[in-house]
Design a protein around this ligand. Structure first.
Ligand code: SME
Length: 160
């Protein structure tokens, strides 16, 4: 496994994602433990983009429970349909929220969080976990993040 992440700090966002996705693929190949892989993916995303908060919430007994993440401490449990993460789970789709204050029911783990993207990963057609990425800037995520983070979620679906 590659133990060092190569990040071109001069590259733009899309170029960084293009370089990161195969590195994540290499990172998880040969490791079947879900927590180990999710932890390294969260770290790789944080290292590459310096996201304010990035991590996973895992579906357990009808709730989302905090999983591996990087960033400030966060809410541990989220109910079905609640907040952006719960909405992504319920609606089985990507939620891109340019301004969290305008999202009904947003769960503010931190008042510094201003925009957010949440993507589900599926196992047997059901949401098994979500990836949540938060920014302390408004309108910080776009279709490029969605496109490449979806590729990351396809990799996640290999081991969950
Ligand atoms: N804001 C999220 C909750 C999780 S934290 O921000 C880490 C939500 O509304 O689902």
């Amino acid at each position: 496994m590659a133990e060092q992440l190569i990040i071109d700090t001069a590259a733009n966002k899309e170029a960084r994602y293009k370089s990161l996705v195969p590195q994540i693929e290499a990172l998880i190949s040969g490791e079947s433990d879900a927590v180990a892989n999710l932890a390294n993916i969260a770290a790789a995303l944080r290292q590459t983009f310096n996201f304010f908060w990035v991590g996973f919430y895992i579906v357990k007994n009808n709730e989302l429970v905090l999983g591996p993440f990087q960033g400030p401490i966060a809410c541990t449990r989220i109910s079905f349909g609640k907040g952006v993460c719960g909405a992504s789970w319920k609606e089985k789709k990507v939620m891109l929220v340019p301004n969290v204050d305008e999202f009904p029911g947003h769960i503010a783990c931190s008042s510094d969080s201003k925009s957010e993207i949440v993507l589900p990963a599926f196992k047997n057609q059901e949401v098994a976990l979500v990836l949540d990425v938060d920014s302390d800037q408004l309108n910080d995520f776009d279709s490029t993040d969605e496109e490449y983070l979806l590729q990351v979620m396809k990799l996640v679906e290999r081991f969950i």
